[in-house]
Ligand binder design. Structure first.
Ligand code: 5GP
Length: 135
């Protein structure tokens, strides 16, 4: 597996503020926070996206994200969090190494993800739903 900026951080070749580490993942504070306290739960191995990541590892990373959410609420008194994965470059992923953003949010903090919205034609949502049904 290739080296990424996050494998260099994992190995201590690039400094970081590390909040947690185990065999499956590690947590650092984001150097360019959307809101102060914004942190990243990063897979120990540089999977590019959730498809490459074993289910147990992804489950474990989400469990750590949940702990981080609790910690941010306790310590920063934030009112909520955004928990998100940019999954491949088309989604805005800049570092091709799977990570979960956990971003503290405060009521009226003025941050916005600013997505534009699309609109379905008549019947289009139901037709697409037929193709997207799981299981
Ligand atoms: P992505 O766009 O890939 O989902 O997010 C990558 C995140 O990694 C960005 O929020 C960016 O600020 C953060 N980041 C990139 N390089 C570094 C770094 O060297 N140190 C830390 N702590 N965060 C980084």
């Amino acid at each position: 597996m290739e080296e990424t900026i996050f494998t260099k951080i994992r190995d201590g070749k690039i400094p970081s503020v590390k909040l947690y580490e185990d065999e499956e993942c590690f947590v650092i504070m984001d150097i360019n926070p959307i809101v102060k306290g914004h942190s990243l739960v990063i897979a120990a191995k540089p999977y590019r996206n959730i498809g490459e990541c074993p289910q147990e590892t992804l489950d474990h990373m989400m469990a750590i994200a949940k702990k981080l959410d609790s910690k941010l609420r306790e310590e920063l008194n934030c009112d909520g969090t955004n928990i998100l994965i940019n999954n491949d470059p088309a989604s805005g992923q800049e570092v091709p190494h799977l990570h979960i953003h956990v971003i503290p949010r405060f009521l009226n903090d003025g941050r916005s993800f600013g997505f534009a919205h699309d609109r379905y034609e008549d019947g289009e949502m139901a037709r697409l739903g037929e193709r997207l049904r799981l299981g």
